[in-house]
Design a protein around this ligand. Structure first.
Ligand code: IMP
Length: 181
């Protein structure tokens, strides 16, 4: 089965492509940048994005929206993860977390699949913590500060794709696809 993934993020596409291979799903990359609508929840942002994109990309396709939710910051940056990364980046998060002992955080991935008529949503979440320092060279975005079992995503390399929020969301999506088609 072949399915379109609309994203301008090459790293996200690569991760999804690998996970797709494990499930016999061939993912076609539609490299398109779009303005993310605002919303209080990742689900709202993902659904609105998929609706908007269906004007210029022919369904079926899916998109994915992710966010880092830090417990001690009441879920910040959450739906603002993209803006926060662009403005203050990992260094800024390190400053916000300076001296904070409570470092637990979640990474969440929400997929919105548009079949031409309806939009179906799939959510994946991993618990981890914000590392004390920026570590690792693999991956992208917040990977160097999000840690599971002592290793940041950016230190894991391929292992990230085994345990990530994205894999969890994609696996739910792929098993739904397998049941539906
Ligand atoms: P979005 O899904 O592209 O809106 O992502 C929001 C922000 O989180 C962006 O700054 C991304 O770089 C970052 N991000 C998304 N997914 C990941 C990930 O798997 N690891 C690290 N950062 C991520």
């Amino acid at each position: 089965m072949k399915i379109k993934f609309v994203t301008s993020n090459r790293n996200k596409f690569r991760e999804a492509e690998e996970i797709g291979k494990d499930h016999g799903v061939d993912i076609e990359w539609v490299d398109r940048e779009y303005l993310e609508p605002q919303g209080d929840e990742l689900e709202t942002v993902a659904v609105k994005s998929a609706e908007m994109l269906s004007d210029c990309v022919t369904p079926p396709f899916f998109i994915e929206d992710s966010g880092l939710f830090i417990d001690a910051l009441n879920g910040f940056p959450g739906v603002y993860s993209s803006y926060v990364f662009k403005t203050i980046g990992n260094e800024g998060i390190m400053k916000l977390m300076d001296g904070v002992d409570r470092r637990r955080a979640s990474f969440v991935s929400v997929i919105a699949y548009h079949d031409g008529e309806t939009i179906k949503v799939f959510r994946g979440e991993v618990r981890g913590r914000i590392s004390e320092n920026i570590r690792g060279t693999y991956g992208f975005g917040y990977d160097p500060i999000f840690e599971i079992n002592g290793k940041t995503f950016a230190e894991m390399g391929a292992e990230k794709n085994e345990v990530s929020h994205r894999r969890k969301a994609l696996e739910k999506f792929f098993s739904w696809l397998a049941k539906t088609f």
